[in-house]
Design a binder for this molecule. Structure first.
Ligand code: AHR
Length: 658
């Protein structure tokens, strides 16, 4: 039988009415009628950072790399092409098309009969799909000689022309030209070639190629397949733009949201801080075009139904790099950026920044509720600056919840210091980060059991289980990591009274251009795949519930004794109870769930995620090696009996009678 559940075609395999297996049965009591605490709609969200080519070359659908020739080497990504013609391509910046990104290329063409031009390699190739439409655009100016003609061609790696158009009639002042064509084939690594003929000089800038099938069909839009993958998580929030990218390697390289709005050609491009950061994974061609800027981030949050959570620079660059700090007396511009951002997101159209938002096509406010001050800063430098931000923001915008950082570690001197100081202040949430081995996650499923219920709430803002794989310098998204995260997440859920937000990090990585791994979702230029960790996140986030309910053995939380982890939620809107059960042992575990407090329909479902081996992972050629399956369970005499597979993550969903 085939059933469509939340965008997954899942095969209902069998009815799981047990005999329970011979091992000792673990009894679990789920008191469905006794909500312990609310679960915030923001509970499970996503952490977006432009790392691993997640923005340019990733969700930002632009296919041309270095489109405005602003890379340190202006012709990086471009190659000269001679087709029986000669010429020169000279980078320059006098009398530019715009001052923010002044470089352009003067192409001197001597090709009365043949052609001369340039070809762009895209982001590790240009991914195109058969019959899809592509929109080409360019800023151009004829700066002397006879009128030139330009052939625009999409080429396969073998040099076959897959599609293209011709343009001519370039005027002597800068003007944008645009035309569309289709691709005759699907190709992972196509290239874009511009061939000029005639004799003269043409200046070119902002050479762009976009697929027409972007997310929601928006021009300057986002890659649809990847955004759909994120949307399937139903994230409660989206944190952006990072991560360390907020801080910058130094302050000139920090993220400045005001440079990321308005006409794309005027968004000043800068180097991406991950460009040369990781020794073994350097990417000299990694820059930030800001085609994906703050308006697009807010729009995406709105599209996803997720709370936008922008994180802003607090007057400090990354303490792992330059560690620059802005004197406390000079923080005003940084604070003003935060205040202006709130106005940009929420202000009426009669305010300066609200009016700008409206002029950019979004008169309705974005209803921003949260703002993060700093990313992963530590020690006094951070707290001193945080205090200044908090005072100003709370005075002018008491309605905005402030998220503060607690440094890069899950415990220790910096972490304790940050919590100690922040406890004297008023952040709504404190952001905790942990990139730790799988075993840490298993041992920490009870981490939040003893956090103060009435204290500052926690944002588990960056976490992922990192192991060392045999022969590999960094971890992959193996089943062992996903299993450990699932076990830990039962602890986050059980403590939803304390943990109001959580996000795996990072969200995305280009298979050929990553700097950091593991990552939740991987893509190449044509496909996107979910990792086991992605499916764990999805199981939790699409079964969030509205309230935590007790799931206990012998009156105690289930946090790893006998390799079992459990949590349970009630969804008052959908009349559902969801019980998450993670069996980390190498054998099947029979469990009996005793349901107290409500009456249930006779059948429910159990969704299971498991793998044959702990070190298996999904890949572009085998993207669903580890993928959820669903079966039915029966409720009989207020009990559900089931055998949990070895090393499996399970979610039992039961409908209760109103
Ligand atoms: O998620 C990758 C990086 O890890 C983030 O940029 C940073 O906040 C953390 O150190």
């Amino acid at each position: 039988m085939k059933k469509k559940v939340m965008n997954w075609i899942i095969i209902i395999t069998m009815i799981q009415s047990v005999p329970l297996s011979a091992q000792q049965v673990q009894e679990i009591t789920v008191t469905a009628g006794k909500p312990v605490s609310e679960i915030q709609p923001t509970m499970w969200g996503v952490f977006f950072e432009d790392i691993n080519f997640a923005a340019d070359g990733g969700i930002y659908a632009e296919l041309v790399k270095n489109r405005s020739f602003e890379f340190t080497l202006p012709l990086m990504g471009w190659r000269l092409v001679r087709e029986n013609g000669t010429g020169r391509a000279v980078p320059t910046f006098y009398s530019p098309a715009n001052n923010a990104n002044p470089h352009y290329i003067s192409v001197y063409v001597d090709a009365e009969s043949g052609g001369f031009g340039l070809s762009n390699e895209g982001f590790r190739g240009i991914g195109v799909k058969k019959d899809n439409e592509y929109t080409f655009s360019i800023f151009a100016r004829n700066s002397g000689g006879s009128p030139l003609r330009m052939k625009v061609e999409l080429l396969s790696p073998k040099g076959e022309v897959l599609g293209g158009i011709e343009m001519s009639g370039f005027t002597s002042s800068w003007k944008r030209y645009q035309a569309s064509f289709r691709s005759s084939a699907t190709m992972l690594k196509a290239s874009l070639r511009l061939i000029f003929s005639g004799k003269g000089t043409i200046d070119i800038d902002m050479v762009s190629l976009f697929p027409s099938d972007t997310w929601k069909g928006r021009p300057n839009g986002l890659r649809k397949d990847i955004i759909e993958m994120i949307a399937d998580l139903k994230p409660g929030f989206i944190r952006f733009p990072g991560g360390c990218i907020v801080e910058g390697r130094d302050l000139t390289n920090r993220y400045q949201w005001k440079n990321t709005i308005g006409p794309v050609e005027e968004r000043k491009m800068i180097i991406n801080r991950w460009n040369m950061e990781i020794r073994d994974r350097q990417a000299p061609d990694y820059f930030q075009s800001f085609g994906l800027g703050f308006l697009e981030y807010f729009q995406l949050a709105e599209d996803l139904g997720a709370e936008p959570l922008p994180i802003l620079n607090c007057g400090m660059s990354c303490q792992f790099n330059a560690g620059e700090v802005v004197p406390l007396t000079e923080l005003d511009p940084y604070i003003q950026d935060a205040l202006d951002l709130i106005e940009f997101a929420n202000g009426t159209t009669s305010t300066k920044w609200g009016a700008l938002r409206a002029s950019l096509g979004h008169p309705e406010p974005f209803n921003l509720k949260y703002i993060g001050v700093g990313n992963e800063q530590w020690e006094e430098q951070y707290i001193e600056r945080y205090k200044v931000f908090e005072k100003e923001l709370q005075q002018k915008h008491p309605e905005i919840k402030i998220v503060s950082g607690s440094g890069p570690s899950s415990a220790g001197q910096y972490f304790d210091y940050a919590w100690g100081e922040l406890n004297k202040l008023n952040p709504a949430l404190i952001d905790e980060h942990y990139y730790m081995p799988p075993d840490w996650f298993l041992k920490n499923a009870g981490r939040y059991d003893n956090y103060d219920r009435s204290g500052i709430k926690v944002f588990a803002g960056e976490y992922a289980a990192h192991g060392k794989d045999a022969g590999e310098p960094e971890s992959r998204n193996t089943w062992i990591s996903a299993l450990a995260e699932a076990a830990f997440m039962t602890g986050l859920e059980r403590n939803a009274e304390v943990v109001n937000m959580a996000s795996y990090a990072p969200l995305l990585a280009h298979i050929e251009a990553w700097q950091w791994r593991p990552d939740l979702t991987w893509f190449d230029n044509l496909q996107v795949i979910g990792t086991p960790n992605y499916y764990v996140q999805k199981l939790f986030s699409t079964h969030r519930g509205t309230h935590v309910i007790p799931a206990l053995t012998d009156g105690k939380s289930i946090t790893g004794a006998d390799s079992l982890y459990a949590s349970a939620t009630l969804d008052k809107n959908a009349s559902m109870v969801c019980i998450k059960l993670v069996n980390t042992s190498s054998s099947v575990k029979p469990v009996r769930i005793n349901l107290e407090g409500l009456s249930f329909q006779a059948t429910g479902t159990i969704e299971t995620l498991k793998a044959k081996g702990l070190y298996e992972f999904n890949s572009i050629t085998n993207p669903k090696l580890i993928y959820p399956s669903i079966a039915q369970v029966t409720v009989s005499s207020k009990k559900v009996d089931t055998n949990l597979d070895a090393r499996s993550v399970n979610i039992i969903v039961l409908e209760y009678k109103k």
